[in-house]
Design a protein around this ligand. Structure first.
Ligand code: SAM
Length: 325
């Protein structure tokens, strides 16, 4: 066991729903995932209280995610309130962008600027095959509207899949040449059957090899609230490229994040089984200091070493849509 490196846990990913309009095959692979009854999803008041407690323990950055956060009613007001939680310096949103064209002005007015958009393809038919919905035009319109309004920095999250979108790597990367976006390539995590994962997994080293045609990449500086992406600049690019390697390069030592599921469970590690139930004590009248001690416990549980043996997959019942990606 490697010694634990001291690190600051300053980043909380807050899932506000397990619902989503899309059915990306890798995210909802296990068809029998159960949607939570509405009453089992934390209310916005509960989420805000927990965000405040987390801020007291050093959380500075909160990413609102899901499911698809923009399908939850009242999410705009929630984002507005989240921006006012003392100690939270950065509020970010991860979205599939389907509702972005409609909601971008209201989102902008909440103070939101940091936007992550999931986009695995620029081809309409392929988008439909991956997500089950014909919504690419809508997503691109949403992206354009958000950027025109001044939302940004914009990060584009692209899950790389052999045999599915590997022929689009350069096209997707060029979005960062033509726009000030950070285009981030992500290794497919094994939330699908082992066979499917083996078929579709493409290691990031291979992705980078294929992108070498774009020119030399120079590593960008990191900030303490940055996630696990390695970021690079390229000549002639307005934006940057990022590479996220949950499989081929362990990033546990630099992982600075906790996840709170929509069901109110705190997960120290995406791929660990450990979950700390906050909802029950929260609803039984626990004090702030008691809830803070549960948060502190989760922080101390973050293991020193990342271990993601593909053999331990699939995470049946733990699709990203229900954990909160
Ligand atoms: N609905 C929002 C969205 O689409 O961005 C937020 C939730 S989604 C679960 C968050 C991110 O998780 C997406 O960028 C998605 O591509 C990623 N994701 C889900 N399953 C994944 C997997 N098996 N491997 C890599 N990334 C995955």
């Amino acid at each position: 066991m490697e010694a634990s490196a001291p690190r600051e846990i300053n980043y909380l990913r807050l899932s506000v729903t397990d619902r989503c309009q899309l059915r990306c095959f890798y995210c909802t692979y296990w068809q029998d995932w159960q949607k939570l009854p509405t009453g089992e999803i934390l209310s916005y008041e509960e989420l805000l209280r927990l965000a405040g407690i987390a801020a007291g323990l050093g959380i500075r950055k909160v990413r609102v995610t899901g499911g698809e956060p923009l399908v939850r009613r009242g999410v705009v007001g929630f984002l507005q309130s989240l921006h006012r939680v003392p100690g939270i310096e950065e509020v970010c949103l991860t979205t599939n962008g389907v509702r972005l064209a409609d909601l971008a002005p209201a989102l902008y007015d909440t103070g939101l600027r940091h936007l992550n958009l999931s986009l695995d393809t620029l081809r309409r038919e392929r988008y439909r095959e991956i997500t089950g919905q014909d919504q690419l035009e809508q997503v691109m319109a949403g992206l354009e509207r958000a950027v025109t309004l001044g939302l940004g920095p914009v990060k584009i999250n692209c899950v790389v899949m052999a045999g599915i979108n590997e022929d689009e790597l350069v096209d997707l990367a060029l979005l960062a040449r033509d726009h000030p976006y950070q285009v981030r390539f992500i290794e497919l995590m094994p939330t699908v059957s082992p066979r499917q994962w083996q078929q579709n997994f493409l290691p990031m080293a291979e992705v980078r090899r294929r992108l070498a045609v774009l020119g030399p990449m120079v590593a960008a500086e990191r900030r303490t609230t940055d996630g696990p992406a390695q970021i690079y600049r390229l000549p002639g690019f307005q934006g940057e490229l990022g590479f996220i390697t949950p499989i081929s390069a362990h990033h546990c030592r630099t992982c600075n994040r906790l996840r709170l599921t929509a069901a109110g469970a705190l997960r120290p590690c995406l791929f660990g089984d450990a979950e700390i139930d906050l909802k029950t004590p929260l609803r039984q009248g626990a004090s702030d200091s008691w809830l803070a001690s549960l948060f502190a416990g989760a922080i101390s549980q973050k293991s020193a070493r990342f271990s993601l043996p593909p053999a331990s997959f699939p995470l049946h019942g733990s699709s990203m849509v229900s954990i909160g990606g």
